[in-house]
Design a protein around this ligand. Structure first.
Ligand code: DOR
Ligand code: ZN
Length: 431
C-alpha cells in the first residue's frame, strides 16, 4: 500500500496538521512532506476519528432484499463510519456462534467498515431462554455486546441471568426498553397527536419503566447495561440519577429522536413510523441537552432498512424503522448546535470515541497519533447536501429526510489507511 499524506486537516483540538499514513497506521503528524506519498488535500476539512455505530440493522442473513452486509457497510462508509455493531434480529437470529461468525466474515469480505456482531440475549429473540452467550463470546467474532433489539428483554429473571452471565467476561447487555404489555397495538407516541389521529398510543412510561427496572438490576448485579434509542425526557432523568449513584449504565440516542417529533405522523406517511416512536418537542430538547451534557453517552443510528412492501403501505401495516447511517453525522451536527457552532471535539466524543469504548472496539474511536490505526473521516464543515433517496448507498429507501438540505458532507473515510470513500464517492475498489 502506498503511503498517504493528508495535508492541512483540522485535527480536532490540535489545529491544522498533516498526517502521514503508512501500512494502515499513522506514521507521523506535523508539517510534513513525503516523497512518493499519495496526497489528500484536506484544506478546510475536519479530521474526525472514524464514526462508530452501536446500533445497525444490516439485515443479512435473511433479508438481503432490504440490506446486505456489503450495502449496509457501504452506506456506513459514506456516512463517515469505520465500524458498526450489527444487531442480532436477522433471519436466522444471531443467537449462535455460527451466525455471528458468518456476519463478521461477510463484513471482512466486503471491507467497507469493521462489522462487530451483537449476539442475541435469548434464543430466537423470544425472551424465554438464554442464547449461547458464552459460545458467541468465545467465538471468532468475539462478541461482547448482547441485545434482543426489536424486542425488549422484558422478563426480569431472564434479564438478571443475562447480566450475571455477561459480567463474568466484561460483556454488556444493550436493552431495547419497551414494556410489551404497555405497547400492545401501539402505532405512535401516546399524546395529543395520537388522540387526534385516532392511532393507538405508545406511552413513554413503557420505556421509562424498563429503564428504571434495569438500572436497579444493573446496580444489584454489578453488571453493565446500555440503553438503546432513549427517546423520552423522563428516561433521561432516570439515567442521570443512576449515573450519579455510580450505576454502570450507558445510553444512546438516535438522530431521528434529536430532530423529528410526533407531529410528522399527521402525514400518515409510514416513513415516520419507528420504534420507539417520534416523541414531543419537549423530549427532543431534553435529549439534545442530555447528549451535550453526557447523560446520553453516544449517538447511534438504529439504521433500519426496510423493503418497499414492508414500508410503502398503510401506517398500521408498516414495519417500524428508518435509515440512518448516511445522514447521522449531519443530524448530530444540527442537534449539537449547527455547522457554525458545533463543538467538533464533543461531536467526536459522542459519535466515535465513546461508542468505540462502550463496544470495546479498541482500534476505533482514536484520534490520530503515531502507531494508531488510521481509521478516520474527513468532513467538510462548510458544505451541505440534499438527501435524494435514490442516491443513497443503502439498498432501501426509507429515509425520513428525502428532499431535506442537511449540513456538512463526508469527503473521505479511511479504514486502516485504505480509502472506503474518497472525494465524497464510495470506492469501488478499496485501496
Ligand atoms: O424502529 C425500529 N426498527 N426499532 C427497532 O427496535 C427495530 C428496528 C428494525 O429492526 O427494523
Ligand atoms: Zn430497538
Amino acid at each position: 500500500m502506498t503511503d498517504r499524506l493528508i495535508k492541512g486537516a483540522d485535527l480536532v483540538g490540535k489545529g491544522r496538521r498533516d498526517v502521514l499514513i503508512r501500512d494502515g497506521r499513522v506514521a507521523e503528524i506535523g508539517s510534513l512532506t513525503a516523497a512518493g506519498a499519495e496526497v489528500v488535500d484536506a484544506d478546510g476539512l475536519v479530521l474526525l476519528p472514524g464514526l462508530v455505530d452501536l446500533h445497525t440493522h444490516l439485515r443479512e442473513p435473511g433479508r438481503e432484499d432490504a440490506e446486505t452486509v456489503r450495502s449496509g457497510t457501504r452506506a456506513a462508509a459514506k456516512g463517515g463510519y469505520t465500524a458498526v455493531c450489527a444487531m442480532a434480529n436477522s433471519y436466522p437470529v444471531a443467537d449462535t456462534a455460527g451466525v455471528v461468525e458468518q456476519v463478521a466474515a461477510l463484513g471482512k469480505a466486503a471491507g467497507y467498515a469493521d462489522v462487530q456482531p451483537i449476539g442475541a440475549v435469548s434464543i430466537g429473540l423470544e425472551g424465554k431462554q438464554l442464547a449461547e452467550i458464552g459460545a458467541m463470546a468465545g467465538s471468532a467474532a468475539n462478541v461482547r455486546v448482547f441485545s434482543d433489539d426489536g424486542h425488549c428483554v422484558s422478563d426480569p429473571v431472564l434479564m438478571r441471568r443475562a447480566l450475571e452471565y455477561v459480567k463474568t467476561f466484561g460483556g454488556l447487555i444493550a436493552q431495547h426498553a419497551e414494556e410489551p404489555r404497555l405497547t400492545e397495538g401501539a402505532q405512535m407516541n401516546e399524546g395529543p397527536v395520537s388522540a387526534e389521529l385516532g392511532l393507538p398510543g405508545w406511552p413513554s412510561v413503557a420505556e421509562e419503566a424498563i429503564i428504571a427496572r434495569d438500572v436497579l438490576l444493573a446496580e444489584y448485579t454489578g453488571a453493565r447495561v446500555h440503553f438503546c434509542h432513549v427517546s423520552t425526557a423522563r428516561s433521561v432523568d432516570i439515567i442521570r440519577e443512576a449515573k450519579a449513584r455510580g450505576a454502570q449504565v450507558t445510553a444512546e440516542v438516535c438522530p431521528h429522536h434529536l430532530l423529528l417529533t410526533d407531529e410528522a405522523a399527521r402525514t400518515y406517511d409510514p416513513v415516520y413510523k419507528v420504534n420507539p416512536p417520534l416523541r414531543r418537542d419537549a423530549d427532543v430538547a431534553v435529549l439534545r441537552a442530555a447528549l451535550a451534557e453526557g447523560v446520553i453517552d453516544a449517538v447511534a443510528t438504529d439504521h433500519a432498512p426496510h423493503a418497499p412492501q414492508d414500508k410503502d403501505c398503510e401506517w398500521a401495516a408498516a414495519r417500524p424503522g428508518m435509515l440512518g447511517l448516511e445522514t447521522a453525522l449531519s443530524i448530530a451536527v444540527l442537534a449539537l448546535g449547527g455547522p457554525d457552532d458545533v463543538d467538533w471535539d464533543l461531536l467526536a466524543e459522542r459519535t466515535s470515541r465513546t461508542p468505540a469504548r462502550i463496544a470495546g472496539l479498541e482500534a476505533h474511536g482514536r484520534d490520530p497519533q503515531p502507531g494508531a490505526e488510521a481509521n478516520f473521516t474527513l468532513v467538510d464543515p462548510a458544505a451541505s447536501w440534499t438527501v435524494v433517496p435514490e442516491g443513497l448507498a443503502s439498498l432501501s429507501r426509507n429515509t425520513p429526510y428525502a428532499g431535506r438540505k442537511l449540513p456538512v458532507t463526508v469527503q473521505a473515510t479511511f479504514l486502516r489507511g485504505r480509502a472506503t470513500v474518497l472525494n465524497g464517492t464510495i470506492a469501488e475498489e478499496i485501496q
